[in-house]
Write a protein that binds this ligand. Structure first.
Ligand SMILES: O=C(O)CCC(=O)C(=O)O
Ligand SMILES: [Fe+2]
Length: 205
């Protein structure tokens, strides 16, 4: 049985309020985390694109991970989406962010794979508001997520551990993934606003 108690989000919301980012070490329950990892192994992972308009362009200079967008078919994906929906509600209630939906993909970084320093959203050009990354396994070496301030100072270097979640404001924090040593599995996701961009309502529904 999978139950979500919104009260569990209180410390996370508090920390986010203070610093605009938060690391929650045991966010995804162990059983769900295992099921997600097994589900990931069933996916056809492909070289990731960079940039929303060029979803299929391969830019191996910038990133080397392989990804698969959620299709919502498996129970594991459905439960993860429920959890993130509850989190979305909690953020909307606490901060009036107007978060409208959530998109996410599985990612695998094999030995040597990296993602150079980047922002997930640019002011006025994206409706991504919050970035989330859930780590599905614990790595002993490599693959740290490094988070930087707007001024470019290193804020934190995070070693992925199974079940942990990092969440940060997409426009505000440049970040990078250092080359993986151990295989590294994750779910990268974005809470989005229903902005009208260049006359198009995105998402369309
Ligand atoms: O896997 C991570 O720690 C971060 C991934 C990332 O920055 C992205 O997919 O945009
Ligand atoms: Fe990113």
């Amino acid at each position: 049985m999978f139950r979500i108690d919104p009260a569990q989000f209180a410390p996370l919301l508090d920390k986010f309020n203070q610093q605009g980012w938060v690391l929650a070490p045991h966010f995804v329950p162990a059983a769900l985390n295992q099921a997600l990892l097994a589900d990931l192994q069933q996916q056809q992972l492909q070289h990731a694109g960079v940039g929303r308009q060029q979803a299929h362009s391969i830019n191996a200079d910038i990133r080397r991970d392989k990804t698969a967008w959620f299709d919502g078919q498996s129970t594991a994906q459905q439960q993860y989406l429920q959890l993130m929906q509850a989190l979305q509600q909690a953020f909307n209630r606490a901060f009036f962010l107007g978060l409208f939906d959530f998109e996410c993909h599985y990612a695998r970084y094999s030995q040597g794979d990296f993602y150079h320093k980047h922002l997930d959203a640019f002011r006025g050009r994206s409706n991504r508001v919050l970035t989330t990354v859930s780590y599905l396994n614990t790595v002993s070496q490599g693959g740290e997520l490094q988070l930087f301030s707007e001024e470019g100072q290193l804020i934190s270097s995070i070693v992925p551990t199974a079940g942990s979640l990092i969440l940060f404001e997409s426009e505000r924090f440049p970040h990078q993934v250092l080359p993986a040593v151990d295989e590294r599995y994750s779910i990268a996701g974005w809470f989005r606003r229903n902005n009208s961009l260049q006359g198009h309502i995105d998402p369309p529904n």
